[in-house]
Design a protein around this ligand. Structure first.
Ligand code: CA
Length: 231
């Protein structure tokens, strides 16, 4: 796990990044514009991407968005303007990290190593424990580390939201009543209102769905309850 793609139009910066990363044992490919960068990122087999924001042909925003649709490898975005990085962060484009130019090469190497090791743990967990990872229509649930990724982007779940999602996803296409879900997730002894279930389903949908009115994952069966759709 050591292949890095640098997408950067300023030759001097690309060379500097390349030199330092090569010294640290990484194998580097450089693309100097957004179009070739995007194509190379998608067709190639890289473990991490360093992506400049301002690029000829296709800018870094677009490259990030398109790559993220098909790959979950770490993406570190770099820009000369801090405001631009704040904007990217606000857009939630799925980049894993942001650096403002100029940065020290050692800082870049440190961040690359950190993201690489986090990602390799993720991949290792997926490989070593087949049924601990659920991959369903762009949704990944890591039961071991209790993390949820939608289109490669991590979403934060509370304990009960996570348990409810896993229970439903583990029983695809089966309809459960709110009472059944309440009993399953909150336990028989729990004293509570079953509208808790409704509230939790709503919260889960906000994190999973682009459009909550036509859910892709958790469907409401009117007058009965909910089911996790796989078809
Ligand atoms: Ca640039």
């Amino acid at each position: 796990m050591n292949k890095i793609l640098i997408i950067e139009d300023e030759q001097a910066i690309a060379e500097l990044e390349k030199d330092y990363l090569e010294m640290n044992g990484f194998e580097i490919t450089v693309c100097n514009d957004g179009l070739s960068g995007e194509e190379t990122a998608i067709s190639g087999d890289f473990d991490l991407i360093i992506l400049d924001l301002m690029l000829p042909e296709v800018d870094g925003y677009e490259v990030c968005r398109h790559v993220r649709e098909v790959k979950d490898i770490p993406i570190i975005m770099v820009s000369a303007k801090k405001e631009d990085l704040d904007k990217i962060y606000g857009l939630g484009m799925g980049a894993d990290d942001y650096m403002t130019k100029p940065f020290s090469p050692s800082e870049l190497v440190a961040r690359v190593k950190a993201h690489m090791s986090r990602y390799s743990r993720l991949v290792a967990a997926k490989k070593s424990s087949g049924n601990e990872i659920m991959d369903i229509k762009g949704l990944r649930i890591d039961k071991t580390s209790r993390r949820v990724f939608v289109g490669g982007v991590e979403k934060q779940f509370t304990t009960k939201e996570f348990d409810l999602l896993v229970f439903l996803a583990s029983n695809p296409d089966k309809v459960f009543t709110k009472q059944e879900l309440f009993k399953e997730i909150w336990g028989m002894e729990s004293v509570g209102d079953i509208t808790t279930v409704t509230v939790h389903i709503k919260k889960i949908r906000e994190k999973l769905e682009d459009d909550s009115s036509t859910p892709r994952y958790i469907e409401t069966i009117w007058g009965v309850g909910y089911r996790f759709k796989v078809s």
